[in-house]
Each structure stands twice: as C-alpha cells, then as structure tokens.
Design a protein around this ligand. Sequence first.
Ligand code: FMN
Ligand code: SF4
Ligand code: SF4
Length: 204
Amino acid sequence: MPIIVTEFVGKLLFENYENNYCYAVYNCGGSIGNTDHDFAKLLNSKGCNIDTPFSVFMPDNYILMMDLLTPADEIPPLLFRTDQRLITINETIAQRGPSPLKLHKKGFPKLSSAIMHPYYLKHRSVKPFHATDACTGCGICVKVCPYQTIRLENRKPVWHGECTQCLACLHHCPEKALQYGKKTTKRGRYLNPNCNLIQKHNGS
Ligand SMILES: Cc1cc2nc3c(=O)[nH]c(=O)nc-3n(C[C@H](O)[C@H](O)[C@H](O)COP(=O)(O)O)c2cc1C
Ligand code: SF4
Ligand code: SF4
C-alpha cells in the first residue's frame, strides 16, 4: 500500500458508516499481495468495513527494481481487458453486490507483502533522483508530484521531503531527463493514454 494512501486514510473521519455499502479497488502490475487485508484492517480501525474488494491489472510501471514488466505491444489489450473488468465492477457496485471476480493474487501474498512493504517503506529516499542535461526546466515533474516534493531551482528540479514512489515525475518527463540513480537510464517509461497529466497541464 503506498504510504500516501495510508496517510490519507489516517486523516479520514467516518461517522455513521456502519450500514453503508463500501468497496475498494486495488490496482497492481502483477499481484495485490496482502493489500486487501491490510487496507481492510486500516479502514476498520476508522470504523468502516469493506463489503466488496476488487482488483484491476494495469501495466507495470514500477521501474526502480527492473525494467517495465509489460511489453509495449501487450499494453493496449491489457487496458482493454481492464476496461471490460471495470464494466463488471461498476455494475456490481451499482447493485451493491458481492464481487463475482477473483482478486489478482499470486504465490504467497501474505509473505510477499510482509517482505516487500517494510522494504518499500525504508527505500523511499529522494536522494537518487536527479535531472540530466536534457532537462529543459519545463516544470512538469514539479506539477505532477502528489507530495509537492519537487521545486525548480535555477530551472532544474530539486527534491525536498517525502516521496511515495509513485514515479509520476519520472514517467512524465517529456525529455526522459529524470533519473533515479543510474539504473533508470536505459529503462522504459509509460504513461496511461487516458490519464496523461502533461496534456492536462497544456490545457488539451
Ligand atoms: C508504492 C507502490 C507499490 C506497488 N506495489 C505493487 C504490488 O504490490 N504489486 C504489484 O503488482 N504492483 C505494485 N506496484 C506497481 C503498480 O501497482 C503497477 O505498476 C500499476 O500498474 C500502477 O498503476 P498506476 O501508476 O497507473 O496507478 C506498486 C507501485 C507503487 C508505486
Ligand atoms: S516519485 Fe516523484 S512524483 Fe512521486 S512522490 Fe516521489 S518525488 Fe513525487
Ligand atoms: S519534467 Fe523533465 S524536463 Fe521538465 S523540469 Fe522535470 S526533469 Fe526537467
């Protein structure tokens, strides 16, 4: 579970939610691990119970560990299948029903979350982020950061503060100038064609 989600839920106040239908949709590039249980526990501590969990499969864009896991030619059919799944999810929610869909879980979900989550929490340093000489100072990375962690100084981005490792800054840089240490230099970049914040910033 991204830290920004944990923090957000921590700030929520639920009143009189006991009898409301509540659902959650988890996206993943491979497996949601134990996130359904962890998130349900977190919400439960705030007085809200999840009736129906859903999951959707998206192109894997977490390039800090390895290169993009979803080859380019597999992305359009994957997005199409996810859109189809979303139709079923929407219909289920409209009927306040239980989900007819299986959650995306692989291997040993509880164990993988128990290992990966503490690792993720410890390795969110912003120090390896840097912009190469290809940076034009456009400021897109500044605008897309959900933590407002990036500032332009002398027309170059600098990182101060929290990072949820969403990698929005890295994937949105139109010059591919933004890197995390050396390992992302040769790795691919991916933006969802329906959710491109660069287009939003350009007003189109
Ligand atoms: C903080 C964080 C945690 C992630 N954990 C998982 C995970 O447990 N399993 C997985 O398959 N993908 C994981 N991913 C990868 C993304 O869920 C996956 O790439 C997804 O396609 C991202 O979609 P979006 O950025 O378009 O919302 C994680 C990504 C981030 C940023
Ligand atoms: S990965 Fe980039 S955009 Fe995302 S929180 Fe960290 S600095 Fe901000
Ligand atoms: S998005 Fe890329 S080119 Fe624009 S300021 Fe950030 S690093 Fe530089």
